[in-house]
Design a protein around this ligand. Structure first.
Ligand SMILES: [Mg+2]
Length: 271
């Protein structure tokens, strides 16, 4: 079992995990965030959101300066203390957002697929879709190596679209609310492994890793950590993990930030 006296890294999804899926509230997780900060345990946010949005969230959550995994792993923002790293400030994997948008436009012209990209709408539209403020919505558009879209076509077209993207080395991924297009080489799992290795090398400590997530798109992340918390969510399919033994995986009975705290309490003991 992990504990707060040994080196520990926490990787967490945001929407539906640390943040309430409807209200984006995180207060039920505040006592545990504080406890982890006291114990100097890095909490690494890991999401489909942009690095700009997540940097803002880090400030709100008291996690400033820590690394983060943005755009489903296509963008890793390094710890602010790692300026000497050749990748500083960010490690980008795969195609740029400009390349991805060009390919999306080409596919739409050829296949008549119906979808709306974040890049095609104004901040107010994104604020309406996501429930965030207009200024935060502007940050949601600052993609570096992926694009977020609303799919407006049928399942047959989706299969064809997904196959067409694969021809360009891109993947079509379902998130909590939207769909995401990113390079096939990028992923939350690869980003998690890379960061864990960075910590091991830099601190010369043998870190235990703990991950928390609520959706099928978190499965690769939850598969690559030592201990996993599957937070009860809205998704019908649930989350299927390769190693689902109860010693390694805890399925919470509560949702969102309450489930987040429940999972930490399960593995780390009461506050
Ligand atoms: Mg989620």
């Amino acid at each position: 079992m992990p504990n707060l006296h040994n080196p520990l890294l926490v990787f967490t999804d945001l929407d539906g995990s640390l943040l309430d899926i409807h209200t984006l509230d995180w207060q039920p997780a505040a006592p545990w965030l504080m406890r982890l900060r006291e114990a100097q345990v890095p909490v690494i946010l890991c999401s489909s959101k942009t690095a700009a949005e997540m940097t803002q969230l880090q400030k709100t959550l008291g996690l400033e300066g820590l690394p983060l995994i943005a755009e489903n792993g296509a963008v890793i923002q390094l710890d602010t203390r790692w300026e000497a790293d050749p990748h500083y400030p960010r490690l980008i994997t795969g195609a740029s957002v400009e390349d991805i948008l060009r390919i999306l436009q080409k596919l739409r012209e050829e296949g008549g697929y119906k979808f709306t990209c974040f890049a095609e709408v104004d901040d107010q539209a994104i604020a309406d879709w996501t429930g965030v403020s207009r200024s935060q919505a502007g940050l949601a558009k600052l993609h570096i190596a992926s694009e977020t879209l609303i799919w407006r076509d049928d399942d047959a077209q989706m299969a064809a679209f997904s196959a067409a993207l694969a021809q360009y080395g891109l993947r079509f991924m379902q998130g909590a609310r939207f769909w995401h297009v990113l390079d096939q080489q990028a992923g939350k799992d690869k980003a998690c492994r890379w960061l864990t290795e960075q910590y091991r090398q830099r601190e010369r400590l043998d870190y235990t890793t703990l991950g928390l997530g609520d959706g099928p798109n978190d499965a690769p992340l939850l598969d690559c950590v030592d201990f996993a918390v599957v937070i009860k969510g809205l998704n019908r399919q649930g989350v299927t993990l390769r190693d689902d033994r109860p010693q390694r995986v805890w399925h919470t009975t509560q949702e969102g930030p309450n489930g987040w705290s429940e999972g930490l309490e399960h593995f780390l003991g009461p506050l």
